[in-house]
Design a protein around this ligand. Structure first.
Ligand SMILES: Nc1ncnc2c1ncn2[C@@H]1O[C@H](COP(=O)(O)OP(=O)(O)O)[C@@H](O)[C@H]1O
Ligand SMILES: [Mg+2]
Length: 286
C-alpha cells in the first residue's frame, strides 16, 4: 500500500476494497403504524467494527435483530456473505447462523448451569463435538476472556463484568467470524468497559473477526469503532443521520450528533413531548 497525501481518501479506498460481509439495502421495519427503521443502507466490511449508536428507543436493537435474521423486515434486503437472509427459511439460515456469535443486551446466562456449561451450550446444540473437546474449547474461551479456572462457578457467584465476559466467551464458542453485540458494556465500570473493549479489538484487529456493536457509550465507541452510524430519533426516527469513520464522526458538525457524543441535556434531540403536546396529553385531548 502506498501512502496517500489525502489519508481519508485512502482510508475510504481501503474500506471499499475489502470484502463486504454485511450489506443492508433500503431496510424498513414497522411496528403497527410506527416506522422504526425507514430506509436504512450500509455496508460492513471484513475486519470492521461497525458501531450503531443513537438515543434509547431509536431502533438499534431492532436493527441488530434484523441483521441476525430473527425477525423479517417490512421491506428491503439484508445480505450476509452475499445471501439475502430476509428471503431465507429458518432451516436455510441455520448454517449461516453458525458463522456468527451474538452477545445480547441482557447477557442471559442460564443461572442453574455453571459458567462452563453455559459456554458449552452452543457447541452441544450446534455441532457434534466430542465431550472432551467441548471441555477443551470451554477452557480456551475462558482463557481468551481472562477467566481461566472459573468454569465450575455459577453465574450468581461472579460479578457483572465477569458475566459479560462469560457471555462473550459463549458467543465465541463456535469460532464465529462475525460478532453482534448489543450494549456489551452497559452497566460496567470504566475499567471493565476497557477490558471488554480490548477483547473486541483483539478479536477484530488480531483475529480478523468482523463486529457490529450497538452502544451508547461514546468512549467505548471511539475506542473500538472503525466505522459508525447514528440512527435518528423524533422527526428523524428510522434514518441514519450521520455515518463515517471515527475521525469523520468527530469532525461532523451535525448538532444532534454533537449533542449525543457530548452527552448534553440541551440540544435538538427530542427527549420528551413538547410542552403543548404534554398539556394536551395530561388533559386527555392529545
Ligand atoms: N416487537 C416489538 N413490537 C412493537 N414495538 C417494538 C418491538 N420491538 C421494539 N419496539 C419499539 O421499537 C422502538 C425501538 O426499539 P429498540 O430497537 O429496542 O430501541 P433501542 O435498542 O434503540 O433502544 C421502541 O419504541 C420500541 O418500543
Ligand atoms: Mg436496545
Amino acid at each position: 500500500m502506498t501512502l496517500d497525501s489525502d489519508s481519508s481518501k485512502s482510508a475510504l479506498h481501503d474500506r471499499e476494497s475489502k470484502d463486504v460481509v454485511i450489506e443492508v439495502k433500503d431496510l424498513v421495519v414497522r411496528f403497527g403504524d410506527r416506522t422504526i427503521l425507514d430506509g436504512i443502507n450500509f455496508k460492513v466490511h471484513k475486519g470492521d467494527t461497525m458501531i450503531i449508536m443513537g438515543g434509547s428507543g431509536c431502533g438499534k436493537s431492532t436493527l441488530l435483530r434484523q441483521l441476525i435474521g430473527s425477525t423479517v423486515p417490512d421491506s428491503g434486503e439484508i445480505r450476509l456473505y452475499g445471501f439475502d437472509i430476509t428471503r431465507m427459511s429458518e432451516k436455510e439460515l441455520d448454517p449461516l447462523r453458525k458463522r456468527f456469535g451474538m452477545l445480547f443486551q441482557s447477557g442471559a446466562l442460564l443461572q442453574s448451569l455453571t459458567i462452563g456449561e453455559n459456554i458449552s451450550l452452543p457447541l452441544l446444540e450446534n455441532s457434534k463435538v466430542d465431550p472432551a473437546i467441548v471441555d477443551l474449547i470451554v477452557k480456551m474461551k475462558l482463557e481468551l476472556v481472562g477467566l481461566t479456572g472459573f468454569e465450575n462457578l455459577k453465574p450468581a457467584e461472579i460479578s457483572g463484568g465477569m458475566k459479560k465476559r462469560v457471555a462473550l466467551a459463549r458467543a465465541l464458542a463456535l469460532d464465529p467470524d462475525l460478532l453482534f453485540s448489543d450494549e456489551p458494556t452497559a452497566g460496567l465500570d470504566p475499567v471493565m468497559t476497557a477490558v471488554v473493549d480490548k477483547l473486541t479489538c483483539d478479536l477484530t484487529r488480531k483475529l480478523g473477526m468482523t463486529a457490529v456493536v450497538v452502544t451508547h457509550d461514546m468512549t467505548s465507541a471511539f475506542r473500538i469503532g472503525t466505522y459508525m452510524i447514528m440512527l435518528g430519533s423524533g422527526p428523524h426516527q428510522g434514518k441514519i443521520i450521520a455515518e463515517g469513520t471515527p475521525e469523520e464522526i468527530k469532525k461532523n458538525p451535525d448538532p444532534m450528533l454533537r449533542q449525543f457524543i457530548n452527552g448534553e441535556a440541551d440540544g435538538p434531540i427530542p427527549l420528551k413531548l413538547s410542552q403543548d403536546d404534554y398539556f394536551k396529553h395530561l388533559l386527555g385531548s392529545g
